[in-house]
Design a protein around this ligand. Structure first.
Ligand code: AGP
Length: 621
C-alpha cells in the first residue's frame, strides 16, 4: 500500500519525484525517501513521516540528477522509521530499490544471504530483495535486468519495484506482480515516468504502459521500453492513453479532498449515467432505457447465471450488500455477498455458471484480486464494478462497469460508494428488464427518478452547515450506533465505517431490529444512536425501534424524509433528505452520514484525508 515513483530523462528528477510522491501519498504516509543518480553517485534521502518531512530532510542537499526513484510507505515489515524507509541499498552500495508489496518468503532468503555474508540494516523484506539481486550480480555475473529476474523468480508474494544501478546511469529496471505499476512514455522515448498509478504521470504524458503480473521492463534513455515475462520470454505491450483530468487531482478550493469528493457526487453520478441512460429507440416519444454494453455483449452468461456472488472489501462490500437487494428484487436471481478476504480462504462452492461481481474503487485490493482468481479457476464469469481505469481488477474481469467518478484521493471512500451503488441500480434494472422480471412501468419510474437523483443530492449538500453545527455536539462521543432497515441497513454500516475511519470514534452499524438481541444494552445518555429512518419500507418498524432506544434514554439522531413531522416526537436531532423511491434511497441517505463523519473528524482536528493506520488501496493481504 505504498506509492512508488521513478524518472529517467533529461529533466531534473527530484522535483518530478517529490511531486509524484505527493500525488501518491494517499497510498501510505509512514515514511518517505528518494534516491538520485548523478555522476555515478547515489544520493539517498529518507524521513519518517510525510513527503513534506522528506523535503525538509533533503533541503540544502545535493538533489541533482536526471534519474531517480522514490517511495512513500505504509509499513508492513518493520515499524515506520528512517531505518526501514525506502529506498534500500545493496551490500555494495551499487543497487537501490523501491518496493510496494510484500515478499512473503523474505525470512528464508535473508537467512541464506546472511550465511553468504550479506548484512542487513533494516527489518524490511525489501532490503532482502535488493540484496538478493546483488547476490545474482555477484555470484552469477548477471546484468541488472537478468539479476532482477533471477531474484524475483525466487520470491513469493506481491511486488511493484524500481531498481537502479549506480554504475549504469542509462537504465532502470521495473517489475510487478500483484501490486500495480504503470510506465509513462515521454515524447520520442526521451523520458520515462514510473509510478504505482497514473496520477503522478498525467501532467507530463498521457501515454502509458500498464505492466501485467510477472512482467519486468527495461527502461533505457532514448530507447523504447523492452518488456519481458519473468520466464525470460519477450512480452508485447500497448501504449494506452489515460484520460484523467488533472484538475480532479487538486482540492478545487475545498479544505480536504474528502469534502470535495462529497460535493463532487451530483456531477459524478451524472458522469456515471452518461451514455448509459439513453433514448429508447423502440419506445414512445421520450422513453428512456438503460444501455450497458457489457450486458449486451455478455447477456447470455449474465442472464443464465445460476447464482451471483459479490466479492469486495470495506465500503465496496457495503455497496455489494445494496447490489444484492437490487438484483434479487429486480432479477429474482439468488445473490450472495462475501468479504473477499473470507471468500478466498473458505473453500467456497463455485459453479461454472455462477457470475462473480467484484467491486473495487482502487481496482488493486489484494483480497478482491485473489477472490477473482479463485472464482476464475472454477470457471465462473467475472464482472467488475471498478473506478480505477486500467487497474489490475479491471483487467482481470471478463466484463464490467467503470463507475466514472474520477480519481478518489481521500482515504475514506465517498463518491465511489454512490458510484458503485448507482452501477448496481443500472445493472439490476437492465438485467431485470432483460429477463422479464422488471415491469415496464416500474422500469420507467426508476429511470425518471434516477435522472433527478443528482439534484436531490445537491439539495442535501445545502444542509452542510447545519450538519457541521450538529457535528460539534458529538465530538465528545466515544461510541456511536448507526441503525437502519432494508435498503438503509447497508447505509448504516457505511455511516459507521466512515466515522470509525476518520474520527477514530468506535462506531457500529446494525440492522435496527437487531438492537433487542444485544446492542441495546449499550444504550445510555452517552451513546448517540443515529437512525437512518427515511419514509420507506419498514418505516413503522424503525419508529418502534427508536422508541425502544428512547425508552432507555438514548440520544437519537434521525435521517428522515422531508415532511415527516411524526419523527420529531422521538428524535433529538433530525437531518431531512428529499423523498425518493425505495430502491434509490441509499444514494441519498448516505450523504448526511458522509458529512457528519467529516465534520466530527474536522472538529476533532484530525487528518481527514490521511487518517492514521489506513491507506487508500490495500494491495497486501
Ligand atoms: C473505505 O472508506 C475504505 N477506504 C476501505 O474500506 C475501502 O473501501 C476498502 O479498502 C476497499 O477498497 P477498494 O474499493 O479500493 O477495493
Amino acid at each position: 500500500m505504498c506509492g512508488i515513483v521513478g524518472y529517467i530523462g533529461n529533466q531534473e528528477a527530484y522535483p518530478i519525484l517529490v511531486k509524484g510522491l505527493h500525488r501518491l501519498e494517499y497510498r501510505g504516509y509512514d515514511s518517505a525517501g528518494v534516491a538520485l543518480l548523478t555522476n555515478n553517485r547515489l544520493n539517498v534521502y529518507k524521513a519518517k513521516g510525510k513527503v513534506a518531512d522528506l523535503e525538509n530532510a533533503a533541503q540544502d542537499k545535493d538533489i541533482t540528477g536526471t534519474m531517480g526513484i522514490a517511495h512513500t510507505r505504509w509499513a508492513t515489515h518493520g515499524e515506520p522509521s528512517v531505518r526501514n524507509a525506502h529506498p534500500h541499498i545493496s551490500e555494495t552500495g551499487n543497487l537501490v530499490i523501491v518496493h510496494n508489496g510484500i515478499i512473503e518468503n523474505f525470512a528464508v532468503i535473508k537467512e541464506q544471504l546472511s550465511k553468504d555474508g550479506y548484512h542487513f540494516q533494516s527489518d524490511t523484506d525489501t532490503e532482502v530483495l535488493v540484496q538478493l539481486i546483488q547476490f545474482a550480480v555477484d555470484k552469477h555475473h548477471l546484468d541488472l535486468l537478468q539479476a532482477v529476474g533471477h531474484a524475483l523468480r525466487k520470491c513469493i508474494g506481491a511486488y511493484a519495484i524500481a531498481v537502479m544501478d549506480k554504475n549504469n546511469p542509462d537504465e532502470m529496471v521495473v517489475a510487478r506482480k500483484g501490486s500495480p505499476l504503470v510506465i509513462g512514455v515521454g515524447k520520442d522515448n526521451e523520458e520515462f515516468f514510473v509510478a504505482s498509478d497514473a496520477t503522478p504521470i498525467v501532467e507530463y504524458t498521457r501515454n502509458v504502459v500498464y505492466l501485467d503480473d510477472e512482467q519486468v521492463a527495461l527502461v533505457k534513455r532514448n530507447e523504447p521500453i523492452k518488456l519481458y515475462n519473468l520466464d525470460k520470454t519477450e512480452a508485447d505491450f500497448d501504449i494506452k492513453t489515460v484520460d484523467i483530468d488533472i484538475d480532479m487531482l487538486s482540492k478545487g478550493g475545498f479544505p480536504h479532498f474528502m469534502l470535495k469528493e462529497i460535493f463532487d457526487q451530483p456531477e459524478c453520478l451524472k458522469d456515471c449515467m452518461r451514455g448509459r441512460i439513453v433514448k429508447d429507440e423502440n419506445g414512445k416519444n421520450d422513453d428512456l432505457k438503460i444501455k450497458l454494453e457489457s450486458l449486451e455483449m455478455n447477456a447470455a452468461r449474465l442472464l443464465k447465471a445460476r447464482r451471483i456472488i459479490i466479492v469486495a472489501c470495506g465500503t465496496s462490500w457495503h455497496a455489494g450488500l445494496i447490489g444484492k437487494q437490487l438484483i434479487e428484487e429486480f432479477c429474482r436471481v439468488p445473490v450472495e455477498v462475501d468479504y473477499a478476504s473470507e471468500f478466498r480462504y473458505r473453500n467456497p462452492v463455485i459453479y461454472s455458471d455462477d457470475v462473480v461481481i467484484a467491486v473495487s474503487q482502487s481496482g488493486e485490493t489484494a483480497d478482491t484480486l485473489a477472490a477473482i482468481k479463485l472464482a476464475k479457476e472454477n470457471g465462473a464469469m467475472i464482472y467488475g464494478i471498478v473506478n480505477a481505469v486500467g487497474s489490475s481488477i479491471a483487467r482481470e474481469t471478463d466484463a464490467g462497469l467503470y463507475i466514472h467518478v474520477g480519481p478518489e484521493i481521500g482515504v475514506a471512500s465517498t463518491k465511489a460508494f454512490t458510484g458503485q451503488v448507482l452501477c448496481f441500480e443500472m445493472l439490476a434494472m437492465a438485467l431485470g428488464k432483460a429477463n422479464g422480471n422488471l415491469e415496464q412501468d416500474r422500469y420507467e419510474e426508476m429511470i425518471k427518478e434516477l435522472n433527478i437523483i443528482p439534484e436531490k443530492i445537491s439539495k442535501i449538500l445545502e444542509s452542510n452547515d447545519a450538519i457541521q453545527n450538529l457535528a460539534k455536539r458529538f465530538t465528545y462521543a466515544q461510541n456511536f450506533l448507526y441503525l437502519g432497515r432494508g435498503w438503509n441497513y447497508p447505509v448504516a454500516l457505511e455511516g459507521a465505517l466512515k466515522l470509525k475511519e476518520i474520527s477514530y470514534i468506535h462506531a457500529e452499524g446494525y440492522p435496527a431490529a437487531e438492537m433487542k438481541h444485544g446492542p441495546i444494552a449499550l444504550v445510555d445518555q452517552e451513546m448517540p444512536c443515529l437512525f437512518v429512518a427515511t419514509h420507506h419500507q419498514g418505516y413503522e418498524k424503525i419508529i418502534s425501534n427508536m422508541q425502544e432506544v428512547k425508552a432507555r434514554g438514548g440520544n437519537i439522531i434521525a435521517v428522515a424524509t422531508e415532511g415527516d413531522e411524526e419523527i420529531k416526537i422521538i428524535a433529538d436531532e433530525i437531518i431531512y433528505i428529499p423523498q425518493t423511491i425505495n430502491w434509490l434511497v441509499p444514494l441519498l441517505s448516505v450523504i448526511p452520514l458522509q458529512l457528519l463523519a467529516y465534520h466530527i473528524a474536522v472538529e476533532k482536528g484530525l487528518n481527514v484525508d490521511q487518517p492514521r493506520n489506513l491507506a487508500k488501496s490495500v494491495t497486501v493481504e
